[in-house]
Design a protein around this ligand. Structure first.
Ligand code: 619
Ligand code: MG
Length: 206
């Protein structure tokens, strides 16, 4: 995938990086990037929220990191957590190829360890937007952890990938029944396939 980016994408051009990855995943080898169809929904939420602070859980190869960072205002900060060193190394190079290193802080580590340190390590008070795309059974515990650490404010947006496929049943049940969130489901398809999947957008009500 990285070779395809370096071969087919223009340095400093995030859209060409996104296009190169999508082309590679359609033609050569499927990969679990959020993909272009759900990616357009992601783009519209990022544009609507226009966040100053963003947290991404599960960088993987940096595809959604590039999509989000390319839409952020100049002073905005995107912190992305990835605990697999191999994926982190690839993502780092993909983000650099897109020329977005100044907007992205890629942290190699586990969400459970780093969420409690966001204030002291990065001077983050609260996140305007959180994109959840890591292990599906960690969406709920990490959301509760973010609440406990005071990282969500009235109006913070959580956007969760794969709420249908592979599915995040305990997260959906919690977020849709909690009086502290207002949720909306965006129906779409699993990346590069016709299988149903979707994104759940939830507003923290404080
Ligand atoms: C321990 C929890 N904390 C974590 N902290 C930091 N990084 C984490 C964490 N968990 C996982 N990660 C990283 O996030 C990524 C994991 C993503 C998990 N995603 C999926 O399983 C997934 C899976 C599918 C999928 C769908 C249908 C299939 F047939 C096969 C796969 C589609 C998707 O869009 C997916 O996002 C990896 O890079 C992993 O190293
Ligand atoms: Mg995903």
């Amino acid at each position: 995938m990285l070779a395809a980016v370096q071969k087919n994408a223009t340095r400093g051009d995030p859209r060409s990086v996104v296009k190169a990855i999508d082309q590679f995943c359609r033609q050569k080898e499927w990969a679990m990037n959020v993909g272009d169809e759900k990616g357009c929904i992601l783009d519209s939420v990022v544009t609507e929220v226009n966040p100053a602070t963003v947290l991404e859980l599960g960088t993987y190869c940096g595809y959604s990191t590039v999509r989000i960072a390319s839409l952020l205002p100049s002073n905005a900060k995107l912190i992305t957590l990835e605990f697999n060193p191999d994926y982190a190394a690839i993502a780092c190079q993909v983000i650099a190829w897109a020329g977005l290193e100044d907007k992205v802080q890629l942290v190699e580590g586990a969400s459970g360890d780093w969420i409690p340190k966001m204030k002291e390590k990065f001077g983050i008070e609260t996140f305007d937007l959180v994109f959840l795309d890591h292990w599906k059974d960690r969406y709920l515990p990490d959301t509760k952890l973010m609440e406990e650490c005071g990282l969500l404010r009235k109006g913070s947006i959580l956007l969760a990938d794969n709420v249908i496929c592979p599915g995040t049943p305990d997260y959906l049940e919690y977020i849709r029944n909690s009086p502290r969130y207002k949720s909306q489901y965006f129906k779409s398809h699993l990346e590069y396939t016709k299988v149903e999947d979707g994104l759940e957008k939830s507003v923290f009500l404080g």
